[in-house]
Write a protein that binds this ligand. Structure first.
Ligand code: GLU
Length: 301
């Protein structure tokens, strides 16, 4: 069955912008008779917590969103990611974030793209780098040896988008002292889970548009069908920056201290071009993807 999903990272309560994206992901899936899954993206072991996941799930339920069971957790999918990694051409990367920042600021470097520092090292160089890292208690990260520089995706709003592909991180560096392998990287986990869950429609914030070409390329390498993307504009604060917790009472729990749930849904409805609707079921009938504002939505409290 075709399916969409909402895939939050459980590192804090969902705010108005997250809730709006969740509602949009649910509407796009349900209006097109897709299953709609909730996937907890808890691969970042330092920032994620089960408590946060539980709070997010109950907030989404409070909005009236129903997801198809089961709720899945990326932390359960270690085997799946390991198997995918085994199918890919990868290399060890010894760079620190700082190395990458510095290399990326060199003339002609493409901003945000890995400059390929560790791609073509000789075995002797790798051995030396590995030893250097081991002295610091670190284990190397793993990167994809990408076989192309760009890839094309289809986005519901943006149309055909051709974007750069770099040697994305697949597994983060680990901690040697704690004999702990690094976390799986977002790009690998998201592609493998979307592929394994049969997700053919990916609705999410347009801050992730830039990562879609590399993800679609990775999906292609792993033999998964390429999903259709629906990148939706973000909610921003009055200064035009992405909405954040410090922007006031922006989480559902904070909002519910002052208003009823119907009013919160009503605010989301206004922001997606459906004024006057106060339930997600009402939105299911009334939401018109063509009426979604294409500009960032400015949060006004
Ligand atoms: N877990 C990601 C986030 O919360 C979303 C990933 C995705 O939808 O592809 O930002």
């Amino acid at each position: 069955m075709p399916a969409g999903r909402y895939a939050p990272s459980p590192s804090g309560d969902l705010h108005f912008g997250n809730l709006r994206t969740a509602v949009l992901a649910w509407l796009f899936a349900r209006q097109t008779d897709r299953a709609c899954y909730l996937r907890v993206e808890d691969i970042d072991s330092e920032r994620s917590s089960m408590e946060s996941a539980a709070r997010q799930i109950s907030d989404l339920e409070a909005l009236g969103l129903n997801f198809d069971p089961p709720v899945t957790y990326q932390s359960d999918n270690d085997e799946r990611y390991r198997a995918a990694l085994g199918k890919l051409d990868v290399y060890e990367c010894y760079c620190t974030r700082r190395d990458i920042r510095e290399a990326a600021s060199a003339p002609h470097a493409q901003p945000g793209m890995y400059p390929g520092t560790c791609r073509d090292l000789t075995e002797a160089q790798r051995k030396a780098k590995r030893a250097e890292l081991a002295e610091q208690g670190r284990m190397p990260a793993l990167r994809l040896r990408a076989g192309c520089a760009e890839w094309s995706v289809r986005d519901f709003y943006a149309g055909e988008v051709v974007g750069a592909v770099d040697d994305v991180i697949l597994r983060r560096g680990g901690n040697l002292n704690q004999a702990q392998a690094g976390d799986w990287a977002y790009n690998l986990a998201v592609v493998v889970d979307d592929g394994e869950q049969g997700i053919d429609q990916v609705v999410r914030g347009d801050d992730l548009m830039f990562s879609a070409p590399a993800q679609a390329y990775l999906a292609h390498l792993l033999g998964y069908a390429q999903p259709e993307y629906v990148h939706v504009p973000l909610v921003v604060n009055s200064e035009g920056r992405r909405l954040a917790k410090r922007d006031g009472a922006v989480t559902l729990r904070e909002m519910l201290r002052e208003k009823e749930i119907a009013e919160v849904v009503g605010q989301i409805a206004v922001s997606i071009g459906c004024p006057g609707v106060e339930s997600v079921d009402g939105l299911l009938t009334d939401f018109d993807p063509g009426a979604l504002p294409r500009e960032p939505w400015v949060w006004s409290g």
